[in-house]
Design a protein around this ligand. Sequence first.
Ligand SMILES: Nc1ncnc2c1ncn2[C@@H]1O[C@H](COP(=O)(O)OP(=O)(O)OP(=O)(O)O)[C@@H](O)[C@H]1O
Ligand SMILES: [Mg+2]
Length: 237
Amino acid sequence: MNQPLDGNSLFVLENVSYQFSDGIKIIITNAEIKKGDHFLISGPSGCGKSTILGLLSLALKPRLGKNFYFQQNDILKLWNTKKRNQLSFLRAQFFGFVPQTASLIPFLTIEENIKLPQYIIKKYDQNWFDQLVNFLEIRSVLFKKPHQVSVGQRQRIAVARALINKPLIVMADEPTASVHPTLADEILYLLIETVTSSKSALIITSHDVERVLRYGLKEMVCDIDNMQNITRLQIYA
Ligand SMILES: Nc1ncnc2c1ncn2[C@@H]1O[C@H](COP(=O)(O)OP(=O)(O)OP(=O)(O)O)[C@@H](O)[C@H]1O
Ligand SMILES: [Mg+2]
C-alpha cells in the first residue's frame, strides 16, 4: 500500500510500533480513521493509550512501521528524514489536542491562549472564535490569566483552543480525569458538539468508558499480552 485509500481517509497505519527502553512495546497493528469518525481508546492504566495518542498526533517517533499515512503524507518518511518542521506544521494545521489538565500558557490571557494555534498557522477566523467562546460560555473570562479561572473553565478553554483551527482531528487524552462527574459530562457534551460542528474526527482515551460511550463513540480496546509486555490495538469503523 503506497497511498491512503480515498479522500475520506485521514489515517492509514499498519504495524506502527513504539518501544520503551525497558522493553514495553506498543503496536498499532491496523488503523483506518476517516473524516468525522469518533473513537474511544480504552484499556487498563499503563497499557499504552497515551503512547498511542503520541504516535497518532505525530509527537512520538515510531520505532518501526510498515505504513503510516496522514492523508497524503508519508509520516514514516518524514520522521526518518528528520522533517520535524513539516511534522510540526501538520500538527498545527490539522490537529487539535485536549490534554488531561488544560496546560494553558500561564502568562497569556485566555483569549491569547485560545488564539495561539491561529497565530502559528497565520489564519484568523474571528467568527469561529466568537462561536466557540459563546457556545462554551467562556466570554466573561477572556481577559483573565489561566490561574484566575476554574478547573472546569480551563477544560472548556482547552476545548476552544483545540478546535480554533477547525482541525481535521481532535485528540483528547483523559479530558475529564481531573474533574467532578457532572463537569465530566458537561465537558464531553461540549467536546462532542464542537467537534461535530467543525466536522472533525475525534479520538479520546478515558477510564470512564461507560460515560464516554453514552456520546456515541466507537470503543477500541487495547489487547494486552502480559507475557510479552506488548499492547496491540486496531482502529477501524
Ligand atoms: N519514559 C518511559 N520509560 C519507560 N516506560 C515508560 C515510559 N513512559 C511510559 N512508560 C510505560 O509505557 C506503558 C504505557 O504508558 P502510557 O502512558 O502510554 O499508558 P496509558 O495507557 O496511557 O496509562 P494511563 O491509563 O495510566 O494514562 C506503561 O506501562 C508505562 O509504565
Ligand atoms: Mg495515559
